[in-house]
Design a protein around this ligand. Structure first.
Ligand code: FAD
Length: 462
């Protein structure tokens, strides 16, 4: 007999054999000893338990064997805990990962404190690894994600029946001098524009911009009005369970090392413990509240939108400290302030809104006259180096998908794929994906981050 996986269980004193299940852990011989009854059952009946992916078959075998042995009471875990994955946070990352896990046939529960506070509903939706001037492994991750976006969006649209608002419209980055343009970290990926070419691409551009780079491969998606909703609907269609209004208060562990559950406060009141052996921490800017060793902090951003004439701007315009993102219906999304010093202070500020207004006047003066439609704010999950924390976390069983800072919309496609693949891997994950993931381990060395620090990729305000 081979016993490739250890056994564990939660003895709920339940004598309903239909609930009898096994929970495979990573090999831990001592766990076998802790559950001698189940182990002897396995031994006595010659079961082989070496395939971590075939839990259902194993469960059926044990179930049948237990019945025929006349066992009416056995160690058990709730079925939901077996093989199922708990996603903490129902923002963009939580949804993207839940969707990918559900597509791989896994049972998923999403615990979400408040849907409306997610940065996924705040972002401008730029898909901009080149316009943002990303560098090194973050640029590679961004490019890999950008490449996957069309197929990812098509899948969400097919699963949900809803459009996601993808617009591969290109992004123009304007500069005041050719030297500044040529020194831009991603200049090699862009098409250099002079003033005449800039005017053709962006009629009405402010006079101080004499040079530019066109990144035709970058684009945008309507995360706020479309993508988030489509992802939610796709998840529901694939059987993902949502617990909206459930705040995770604490991760519960066995001896501080392995996840055994989460303590949750539900909207209806009362605190509960949920059994969980595998969870994904996707709590955005709030992630360090659950795992204080994570270097994640809030970076507040204020936004507004203007209603312009339809097709007044065809490309996204990405200036220093300000960008204009034209939706198909003429709505112009304007962002964004970057306020790490604000912590979790909610609300708009006159200074933040004035900064956006000044930026509009500099980039596209005529837009300063267009009527404002909406103003809002949110919290980016920042990290000192501006890159996400992805992969296994400091507690076994807890996976991380947080710290996406300014690029979470761009990185959602690749994050969903990498994390779902890593969690469900049976050793067959692609080497290329493992190499993409490796640089984003949570405890990599980080630069000291002074207040107001601006990570690579974020252009300074004018
Ligand atoms: C102003 C602004 C503009 C942006 N523009 C862009 C852009 O143009 N392009 C781009 O790529 N990215 C952009 N981003 C970044 C992007 O929005 C984020 O990186 C991304 O949304 C992060 O996703 P997330 O799932 O980690 O966090 P979120 O989307 O914030 O979701 C986190 C969720 O976790 C929940 N939660 C937190 N704590 C708990 C708890 N204890 N229990 C249960 N639930 C919990 C919250 O309620 C929230 O719903 C922008 C962000 C901002 C703020």
């Amino acid at each position: 007999m081979r016993l490739g996986k250890a056994w564990s269980s939660v003895d709920r004193g339940d004598d309903d054999l239909d609930r009898l299940a096994v929970l495979p852990f990573q090999t831990d011989p001592s766990a076998n000893e802790r559950h001698p009854r189940l182990l002897s059952l396995v031994r006595d009946h010659g079961l082989s338990v070496d395939d971590a992916t075939d839990h259902e078959r194993v469960q059926r075998q044990i179930h049948t064997t237990a019945r025929s042995a006349g066992i009416r009471r056995a160690p058990c875990v709730p079925m939901a805990a077996m093989n199922s994955i708990t996603v903490l946070g129902g923002g963009l990352m939580g949804l993207a990962i839940a969707h990918q896990l559900a597509r791989r046939g896994r049972a998923v529960t999403v615990l979400s404190r408040r849907r409306s506070e997610a940065a996924g509903f705040v972002a401008a939706g730029m898909l901009a690894p080149h316009a943002e001037g990303l560098q090194g492994p973050l640029l590679a991750l961004g490019q890999a994600s950008l490449e996957r976006v069309p197929a990812w969006v098509a899948r969400i649209e097919a699963d949900s029946g809803l459009p996601c608002g993808l617009r591969p419209c290109g992004i123009v980055v304007p500069f005041t001098s050719a030297a500044e343009r040529d020194a831009y970290p991603t200049a090699a990926w862009g098409l250099a524009l002079d003033r005449a070419a800039l005017e053709r691409e962006l009629p009405g551009l402010g006079p101080r911009w004499r040079h530019g780079l066109l990144f035709a491969q970058d684009g945008q998606i309507d995360n706020r009005r479309r993508l988030m909703r489509a992802l939610e609907r796709a998840c529901v269609a694939l059987g993902v369970r949502f617990e909206e209004g459930s705040e995770v208060l604490e991760l519960l562990t066995e001896d501080g090392e392995r996840l055994r559950g989460v303590r949750v406060r539900r909207a209806e009141g009362g605190e509960h413990t949920l059994v969980a052996s595998t969870a994904v921490l996707a709590c955005g800017a709030w992630s360090a509240r659950l795992l204080p060793s994570l270097p994640v902090h809030p970076v507040k951003g204020q936004m507004l939108s203007l209603q312009g004439p339809r097709a007044s701007l065809e490309r996204v315009l990405f200036g220093p400290g300000i960008y204009l993102v034209p939706r198909e219906d003429g709505l112009l999304v304007v962002g964004a302030t970057s306020e790490p010093e604000a912590g979790f202070d909610p609300g708009l500020t006159p200074e933040g809104q004035k900064q956006l207004q000044r930026g509009i006047a500099e980039l596209l003066p005529e837009a300063a006259l267009w009527p404002p439609m909406e103003r809002w704010w949110g919290f980016r999950p920042g990290t000192p180096d501006g890159a996400p924390l992805l992969g296994p976390g400091p507690i076994a069983g807890v996976w991380l998908a947080t710290g996406h800072h300014r690029n979470g919309v761009l990185l959602a496609a690749i994050t969903g794929e990498l994390i779902a693949e890593a969690i469900t891997a049976t050793g067959h994950g692609s080497e290329a994906n493992a190499a993409l993931l490796a640089p984003f381990h949570w405890d990599r060395p980080q630069p000291a981050a002074p207040a107001g620090h601006r990570p690579p990729g974020a252009r300074a305000s004018p």
